[in-house]
Ligand binder design. Structure first.
Ligand SMILES: [Zn+2]
Length: 334
């Protein structure tokens, strides 16, 4: 796993080795002829004069017309045949290594997390007309006569951020929409939080939406699955799909989780409503099709399943945007 600690270690090595690569590479057994900065055969891919070590940016830089450019880390891996971890260790032996202090964390244990989720959930109430969640959803054209039980309104949910020492600290309180995230056994895994302000999201992008990590295929089961089930990424998108199609819908919370989503075997028709992320990195589409492919492959054990994927036409839109513009048009026409 590429942990934060590992990334910090790589950054530290790069920093310490900067400007010292010719010495380091030589000391670790790279032939000094390779480092003489003249055109020559590539030690990685051969040829006659395609390779040159330049150390242009002090990173042990080289370029090769055959296999491309790189720095000291890559060169060492290629020449010595060492894996990345070994390369890192060998360089650390030369330049020294800071032993990182464990990041101090006051995050509760998984058990503590469950208790916390339960406490927050119990502080929240069913959504009712005129409360902050109702206002938020109405603003997005998501008007339901009855809200799903898995959504709740919290009047003042603590908002936390890490201080310079990595300690979690409460910064503010906002009203919030809570969504219960359920695993395969229907047990509550965690809560999804949407902080609200004046009938809108308090933050347009917020990485800390889910209370704890590891939702691993769990979903917000907005409506009971029948033999047909629709899947969308976000909660708002899922509600929009329900309003426009009448289908029972589950929210997968994130694109990454969508691909892993657990579905009951009783579901025979699955409609996946992807976000169009063509303006970004196609995550929405890719994960939706990944889920579709998995569900089709599972047919060997699950029995026949009809699976369809729907993608909005325009880059950067999701089905909640489309629903909202439709509602806005009707409002304007009225
Ligand atoms: Zn090469």
């Amino acid at each position: 796993m590429q942990s934060y600690e590992f990334e910090a270690r790589v950054a530290e090595v790069k920093c310490r080795a900067h400007g010292r690569w010719t010495e380091i590479l030589g000391a670790l057994g790279v032939d000094e002829k390779i480092l003489n900065k003249r055109n020559q055969p590539c030690p990685l891919c051969g040829g006659t004069d395609r390779f040159q070590y330049t150390d242009k940016f002090g990173e042990g830089n080289y370029h090769c017309r055959g296999c491309g450019a790189g720095g000291g880390l890559k060169l060492l891996q290629g020449i010595k045949g060492w894996d990345f971890g070994t390369v890192l260790k060998r360089i650390e032996e030369r330049v020294g290594r800071v032993v990182p202090l464990p990041i101090r964390s006051n995050e509760p244990s998984p058990d503590g997390m469950k208790k916390l989720a339960k406490r927050i959930w119990n502080e929240a109430k069913r959504i009712s007309e005129g409360d902050e969640v109702d206002r938020y959803l109405r603003n997005r054209g998501l008007i339901l006569t009855e809200y799903p039980k898995v959504l709740r309104f919290h009047p003042a949910l603590g908002y936390y951020d890490r201080d310079a020492e990595g300690k979690s600290r409460k910064i503010a309180e906002y009203p919030a929409m809570l969504a219960c995230v359920q695993g395969a056994d229907s047990g509550v895994i965690t809560l999804h939080r949407t902080y609200l302000k004046d009938g809108r999201k308090a933050f347009e992008r917020d990485a800390k939406k889910v209370l704890s990590a590891g939702i691993n295929g769990a979903a917000v089961r907005l409506f009971d699955a029948a033999d047909e089930l629709a899947i969308a990424e976000g909660i708002e998108t899922a509600l929009a799909i329900h309003l426009s199609t009448g289908k029972p819908v589950w929210s997968a919370i994130s694109a990454g989780n969508m691909a892993k989503l657990w579905l009951p075997v009783t579901v025979r028709r699955v409609c996946i409503y992807a976000d169009n992320d063509a303006n970004m990195e196609y995550d929405g589409q890719a994960r939706a099709f990944e889920l579709a492919r998995r569900l089709k492959k599972e047919q060997r054990t699950s029995g026949p399943r009809q699976v369809e994927v729907f993608v909005p036409k325009h880059a950067g839109t999701d089905w909640a945007d489309i629903w909202r513009s439709r509602v806005d048009n009707v409002r304007e026409a009225a």
